[in-house]
Design a protein around this ligand. Structure first.
Ligand code: FES
Length: 79
């Protein structure tokens, strides 16, 4: 997942409603951090994740988190 907007280096704080989401992993989406279907064959697949209840989440933008799609602090941010 190293192509996930690696220049950002900070998590994306966003409040999500319950539902299914697809995190863009190729960087081609015009709707980052979510997939818009712009990926090409061989560029990887979006990362599907579920949100059970409305909450604020921190989406990893550096690609180094061990808890994708969420930031785990590897980037150095103190959540
Ligand atoms: S943004 Fe990737 S670990 Fe924090």
């Amino acid at each position: 997942m190293s192509k996930m907007n690696s220049d950002a280096g900070m998590p994306i704080a966003i409040t999500l409603e319950p539902g299914t989401y697809f995190r863009c992993t190729c960087g081609n989406s015009q709707n980052l951090p979510f997939c818009d279907g712009s990926h090409q064959p061989g560029e990887g697949c979006p990362l599907r994740f579920e949100i059970k209840e409305k909450k604020k989440v921190y989406i990893c933008s550096c690609g180094q988190s061990g808890k994708q799609p969420f930031c785990d602090g590897t980037c150095g941010v103190n959540l």
